[in-house]
Ligand binder design. Structure first.
Ligand SMILES: Nc1ncnc2c1ncn2[C@@H]1O[C@H](COP(=O)(O)OP(=O)(O)OP(=O)(O)O)[C@@H](O)[C@H]1O
Ligand SMILES: [Mg+2]
Length: 384
């Protein structure tokens, strides 16, 4: 059986050949759709799922060379294997010239067909892994660069900021109660406060403190952080459900970082429901996250924050964990909340996932190891 199953389209006008090809491929774990000719192919729309197309060179209503430019355009990711009659090597060469990845001669040998398809599947898997890896490296580099830059910047900004706010406060104290300039100075102080908050947030982000691991109850922590949002929850008419009815919610983790994680996720969920909705927080145990992961059942605590808010557009979904990615108005979001959350979960040896439907809502799931193995984690140390 094939371990990298592909989704394939077979384009073949002969019903017997079509059924034959389909059986060979599905028996080997691939999923198959079929088309009977050029018109049938041209009328299709959902191309993104196809990993390969098996295309008969001579169709009743056209040839492979006529179809290939269209396929390259609508399904650039799909590899096309052209099937030609015996002795039609010229046709095969023409097809390759038009962008086909490979060719097969009739009558098709099942072994040959399967080995070609397996090769394409393997290619595809490697290409996907490579782009995923490149993405991760780019993220890590971005994060490291951002971290260094912000730590330096935040430090440099801090000192003059202190002087400015100190002087502004002094001016305010010296001013008569009815001085017309009071309002201006007060406005300056408000804006300084805003910068200070941003700088603190950036420093939080830049700091790569290893987690200080100790036992904490997630459920009480959820209640604690929820209390901070009491006002928004009430004024936005948001119903809150907490489901932590599972066994116990105790894990070993860094309390400050867990608090920050919860804060960021709850903050986003509430922001996503300006016209009300339901906020659901679930805590439960799950088994190993992936096949082959060497662990026993119930070794992760899943923390799920679900909202019925605006949702996240598919093209944004892959970017939400990027530092500085935000769709919020200037001054409202820095785009660091989820980048920080991602890093916190990762530092605990866990992972965080997101699912979202525009107009339906969003679910963030953090999987946290109940007993994390954290490099250099201070058991009970206090310093930083
Ligand atoms: N629950 C959610 N529902 C809808 N969109 C969300 C949700 N959570 C995150 N997002 C989207 O992801 C973006 C990034 O989120 P993130 O928390 O990193 O930054 P932010 O909320 O914009 O700013 P910050 O958290 O730094 O104040 C948001 O701007 C928003 O577009
Ligand atoms: Mg946020």
């Amino acid at each position: 059986m094939e371990h990298n199953p592909l989704h394939l389209l077979i384009v073949e006008d002969d019903a017997d050949t079509r059924a034959n090809l389909r059986d060979i491929l599905t028996l080997n774990g691939h999923s198959v759709e079929t088309a009977t000719g050029m018109a049938d192919v041209l009328s299709r729309t959902a191309w993104s799922t196809f990993g390969a197309v098996i295309l008969d060179r001579k169709l009743p209503d056209g040839t492979a060379e006529e179809l290939l430019p269209h396929l390259r355009q609508v399904a650039p990711e799909a590899a096309v294997i052209v099937v030609t009659g015996f002795g039609d090597l010229d046709g095969a060469i023409a097809a390759i010239r038009h962008g086909a990845a490979d060719y097969l001669l009739k009558p098709i040998s099942p072994d040959l067909l399967l080995s070609r398809v397996t090769r394409i599947a393997e290619h595809r898997r490697l290409a996907l892994e490579k782009s995923e890896l490149e993405h991760q490296v780019r993220q890590a580099e971005k994060l490291a660069a951002v971290g260094q830059l912000t730590a330096g910047l935040a430090h440099e900004i801090g000192t003059p900021l202190n002087v400015i706010s100190g002087r502004a406060e002094m001016l305010l104290e010296r001013m008569a109660a009815d001085d017309p300039s009071r309002g201006d100075i007060e406005r300056i102080l408000v804006q300084i406060e805003r910068i200070t908050k941003l700088v603190t947030q950036m420093l939080n982000f830049a700091r790569t403190r290893p987690p200080e691991i100790r036992p904490i109850g997630l459920l009480p922590l959820v209640q604690e952080v929820l209390a901070l949002f009491e006002h928004q929850v009430r004024s936005h008419h948001i119903a809150v459900q907490v489901d932590g009815s599972g066994p116990v919610s105790t894990i070993r983790a860094d309390p400050d970082q867990m608090q920050q994680l919860l804060f960021n996720l709850l903050h986003n969920a509430i922001d996503a429901m300006p016209d009300g909705g339901t906020l659901t927080i679930r805590i439960d145990r799950t088994g190993p996250r992936q096949e082959g992961e060497d662990a026993t059942d119930g070794c992760y605590m899943r923390l799920e924050i679900a909202d019925t808010g605006v949702g996240i557009a598919p093209e944004h979904l892959t970017r939400v964990f990027e530092p500085f990615f935000t769709t919020k108005a200037v001054g409202k979001g820095t785009g660091l909340g989820l980048a920080v959350s991602h890093r916190i979960v990762q530092n605990h040896g866990g992972r965080i996932e997101v699912k979202s439907e525009v107009g339906e809502g969003t679910v963030f799931s953090a999987y946290l190891p109940i007993e994390p193995e954290v490099d250099g984690a201070a058991e009970s140390g206090r310093d930083e």
